[in-house]
Design a protein around this ligand. Sequence first.
Ligand code: B12
Ligand code: SF4
Length: 628
Amino acid sequence: MELPPRADGDMLLKSGELTDIRRRLRAISSRHDLRSVIACSFDHRTRMLPFVFADKQMSPAGVRAIGSAMVDIGFDKTRIVLQQWNKHFRPSQMRLEGAMPDIFMVSSMLIHYSECRAMIQDACTIDPADRPLIIAGGPKIIYQPWDAFSTDPANPWGADVAVTGEEYVLLHLLEVLLSIRGDRESMRATFIRARDGGLLDEVPGLVYARGETDGVAEELIDTGIQRLVGDLDELPHPVLGYRLLEPPSRRGTLSSLAVADERVRRLSSVGSVVLTLGCRFVCPYCPIPAYNQRNYRLKSGERIADEMARLHIEYGIKYFFGADDNFFNDPQRTIEIAEQMVNKEVSGIRVGKKARWGTEATVFDTIRMKDHLRLMRKAGMRGLWMGVEDMTGSLIKKGQTVGKTIEAFRLLRERGICPMSMLMHHDSQPLVTFGRPEGLLNQIRLLRKAGSIDMQVLMITPATGAKVYEEAHTSGLAIESAGGRKVESHMMDGNYVIASTHRRPWRKQFNLVIAYMYFYHPLRFLWALVRPKSSLYLADCGIQAIGMIGLVKTIRRTTGWGLRLMFSKIKRHTRAPASGVPMRNPTGGPAAHAVPGTPQPLGAYVASPAEAPAEAPVEAEADSVHSA
Ligand code: B12
Ligand code: SF4
């Protein structure tokens, strides 16, 4: 099920609302000496292709954005802990400036949820007198906030509140709490008073527990879908968040100091920055358009130039990745952004000359932008990851064909921008076809010949928040376990075949490995070195080397699953995951984030058929994805 939209005219915050709340909080923050820790959960079992470099060398933007917001409003006693660098971090052992933090926040993607849960559980072991306010957020929580709360009386734990939105929701929550906080009152005690007094119910984007039986919540209150910030220039500057990173270590505790500015670049050589958010396409397996409530949100080119320049000046970062869903979504706006980036000078730095960046876009939109790719290069663009999915369009049609894909790759190469491919393997795609381009290897060959330097091949997998998510579970497509091994959240990254009705699903699993072996291998590496096809040969060699390392990890991690699919009994889901605890909105109506199958509280309001949201028709066979 997609996230439902807010009413027309009420989806976006009013212009200036985020700027105002930041100013209001700054005015009161000096009265509260708050310490906070923001942990980014990371399951190390996900370390394999195609993200084996990016996952550690690009510190995630989400936790940095939350950290920047805290510093921006005056709470600079904040630390960001990346589990990718601090595998053994334990919230119960954290101390900041000698004291237990007032707030512990945890961010999670779906695939890192096991670690997120373990951290919340560990934080719940802290003595209640010292226990920080526990806030969960991030892409996992946005779609499945109920998973921040235990349903097992034998093992009760839970966040105090789940945030199903972005910076503004957190700031709104903090504003409510700080407005009633007593002298030296703990943030958790303030939270409980605010919650029980109904003060949180006017903050859209929260889910919190009410009532308790045997340590488990009786119901979850969902305050609704967040309002989104429309003008991304209103966001706090990302330069603030980089100052808060916990240095890598094997300890469970925190260091006395964050990573020094001059070390940031070595640890996080690629800086991810939000440029735009949203996409106008409606691929049924993708949650992105509904998350953005069909809005396309942008930063100005001037602001982007300022962010990149300041990140370069303060931390030496030179390479950036745009956290875009589809950067070429609106050609006119994209051109404006690029022109401003070319012209803007920040402290004597012209970003187009200094910064090197890449991002994601569709093949169709790349062709539409063909006359402006030179401008993109001038603005610093050096790589473009394209959601090719299946060149023949047999999985999804978003304007790509074999001819158009090859043309897009050629155009990019000619302009000095590395074309990168993102493919999706699916049940009806053979490994090889003769004389036709449908086969997976045929497409990889074509893309490589067209100059693709990087290659992602993921199996289509149900994505939470996508239109077809529920159907993928009720139709028997989604696998629950094979040979007794349950599909866990870390396996939902597209590297494992966990949704397939193919007669031999193990073939799909091994096809992924064969595809990578075909693309990343020593001969290609040597060939790229001795017979370079273009000036991009160094990037090509580097990516081949990383790819081969990643391939070894991929084989090691996924072969066992492939064998289970081959030899063991496969059990399938019959219903999609839902909350085990009843959910409702503050007035007793249906909860915005509840999915079909969620229990209703006793005496709950039931929508009449006329009020129930119309179910949109399902368009495609099923399932997952990244973006673009
Ligand atoms: C860049 C990107 C990547 C990069 C970089 C990741 C990194 N290390 O930075 C790469 C290419 C490596 C990548 C890989 C993958 N990605 Co990716 N990626 C993105 C993308 C396009 C941008 C992420 C980003 O930086 N966003 C900007 C930040 C600011 O937003 P944010 O992280 O959501 O954080 C905001 C809120 O969530 C919230 N928030 C976050 N944490 C917290 C915590 C608290 C306490 C609070 C209050 C709020 C809060 O506030 C933040 C500020 O607004 C997003 C889509 C998108 N536009 O967000 C997908 C996305 C994150 N990726 C996704 C997926 C599925 C993957 C992969 C599994 C690949 C795949 N199968 O598609 C892999 C996993 C890799 C791994 N091992 O972790 C999904 C996650 C879905 C989910 N429910 O978890 C997303 C959301 C795309 C989608 N389908 O909707 N990805
Ligand atoms: S998969 Fe890509 S093109 Fe399709 S809706 Fe999502 S972001 Fe847009």
